[in-house]
Ligand binder design. Structure first.
Ligand SMILES: NC(=O)C1=CN([C@@H]2O[C@H](COP(=O)(O)OP(=O)(O)OC[C@H]3O[C@@H](n4cnc5c(N)ncnc54)[C@H](O)[C@@H]3O)[C@@H](O)[C@H]2O)[C@@H](O)CC1
Ligand SMILES: Nc1ncnc2c1ncn2[C@@H]1O[C@H](COP(=O)(O)OP(=O)(O)OP(=O)(O)O)[C@@H](O)[C@H]1O
Ligand SMILES: [Mg+2]
Length: 376
């Protein structure tokens, strides 16, 4: 059974009169909002999608994402200092992939985080630095090819130096994103496993994406039972996870139930299953984000999503500290990240149509959030 997770209901504990009013007209508002939202993705299936969404909102599967975005996005308060709006670190970037960690890290900044770091291999660092002076790029990780010929003892020494260096930084971060463009080199993945273990010991939230999902699918213990872990699998990554954990195939008819079982079996981690609709579960509830979006499937949209989820989940955790809310901040972060990416993708597609690229979508992140939560 899907547990009700209406956002207006969830935030009722915030106690404002505004939220009481929201709750009383929740169904009508949600329907109007979802239908309005369809504007961006104007293909011939809109009528069907409208019908789908109407029935989903009736069963409370569809999240009231616009309201989530409003609730967790902090106001731009002049008394706040640098860092209070979020410090994010992306662990990824190797010889093959330099775009993915850049997309994740720059998206975090464009949404409103104050600082965004990238920890990548030595070869990838100058390339990523050249994309943007805004990012703080650490040429820290090593791949097997760069240490080939060394004795095992020396390799272990390098690995422990990497870990010591990362530890100096770790406690400063509000969230890590592990995996965009990480690659699958065994030596590098072993180092990253140790980084994940340390982050977990320090209670730092971790969003796992891309090759990070390859790593945790092989070593589930890294995240199992850690409530601050968020996995963001695409179609392939999800299939591999389901096969490994539940020993079955993906069944589209029972997608919400399957996702919930998977999240529960991994000890209550939060999973954002990406697709035509994004489905989110922490093993207790299931929510979907189906509106907006674009028919362009250019690579890199998942990377924007992982950076966005990291920021929103940090904001949701901060909000939770100041206001006693029953909401799971990891689920809120996923709902907000998914909705914002889909809105930005829809705006970019309106302008660029077939030539829409990930960089165009990143340029629309600011306006998309501004439409929902004006800066002033
Ligand atoms: N510009 C960049 O540097 C980018 C790097 N990326 C990185 O590339 C690495 C590998 O990620 P991938 O997403 O390619 O790995 P996957 O294992 O998800 O994809 C592998 C193959 O599956 C195919 N595929 C993708 N979606 C599919 C679908 N819905 N149905 C059937 N087949 C599908 C793709 O064509 C691809 O050849 C990761 O580290 C990722 O972060 C990607 O994020 C894309 C952008
Ligand atoms: N068929 C679809 N229709 C509409 N939106 C989709 C569809 N598939 C994915 N998306 C949207 O694109 C986002 C990225 O999903 P995608 O499956 O492309 O991730 P990915 O393969 O990890 O991306 P990346 O290329 O960055 O690795 C999802 O959050 C979802 O909102
Ligand atoms: Mg991906």
């Amino acid at each position: 059974m899907l547990i009700k997770y209406g956002v207006s209901a969830g935030f009722a504990s915030l106690g404002s009169a505004k939220n009481c009013m929201l709750a009383s007209s929740a169904v009508l508002r949600r329907q109007q909002f979802l239908i309005r939202s369809l504007g961006g993705y104007s293909d011939h299936t809109n009528q069907e999608r409208m019908q789908e969404i109407r029935s989903m909102s009736g069963t409370t599967l569809e999240a009231d994402a616009e309201n989530v975005l409003r609730e967790i996005t902090p106001v731009l308060d002049p008394t706040r200092h640098k860092g209070q709006a979020g410090k994010i670190a992306v662990i990824g970037g190797c010889r093959e992939y330099t775009g993915a960690p850049y997309f994740a890290a720059i998206s975090a900044l464009k949404i409103g985080a104050d600082l965004s770091h990238v920890f990548c291999t030595k070869d990838a660092a100058p390339v990523i630095k050249s994309y943007s002076p805004e990012l703080i790029v650490h040429p820290l990780l090593e791949e097997s090819y760069s240490i080939s010929g060394l004795e095992d003892e020396e390799k272990r020494h390098i690995s422990s130096k990497i870990l010591t260096e990362f530890d100096k930084w770790m406690k400063r971060f509000d969230c890590l994103v592990v995996g965009p463009g990480l690659g699958r080199d065994p030596y590098l993945l072993e180092c990253v496993s140790k980084i994940v273990k340390h982050a977990r010991q320090s209670n730092v939230p971790i969003v796992i994406d891309g090759d990070g999902l390859f790593l945790v699918t092989e070593s589930l213990d890294l995240v199992s039972g850690y409530p601050l872990a968020v996995l963001t699998p695409n179609v392939n990554e999800y299939k591999r996870l389901v096969q490994k954990v539940l020993s079955c195939e993906v069944n589209e008819q029972q997608a919400p139930e399957l996702l919930k079982s998977l999240a529960k079996r991994i000890g209550g981690v939060t999973i954002l299953q990406k697709g035509k609709s994004d489905l989110i579960s922490d093993g207790e509830i299931v929510k979907s984000v189906s509106f907006y979006g674009s028919p362009r499937r250019c690579g890199g949209q998942g990377d924007i999503l992982s950076g966005s989820v990291a920021v929103f989940l940090s904001w949701a955790r901060t909000k939770r500290k100041s206001v006693d809310s029953p909401m799971n901040p990891t689920v809120l972060g996923c709902i907000a990240g998914s909705a914002l990416l889909r809105k930005a993708a829809s705006l970019a597609f309106e302008n660029k149509k077939r030539s829409t690229l990930t960089t165009d979508i990143i340029e629309c992140l600011g306006r998309s959030l501004e439409d929902i939560c004006p800066a002033r």
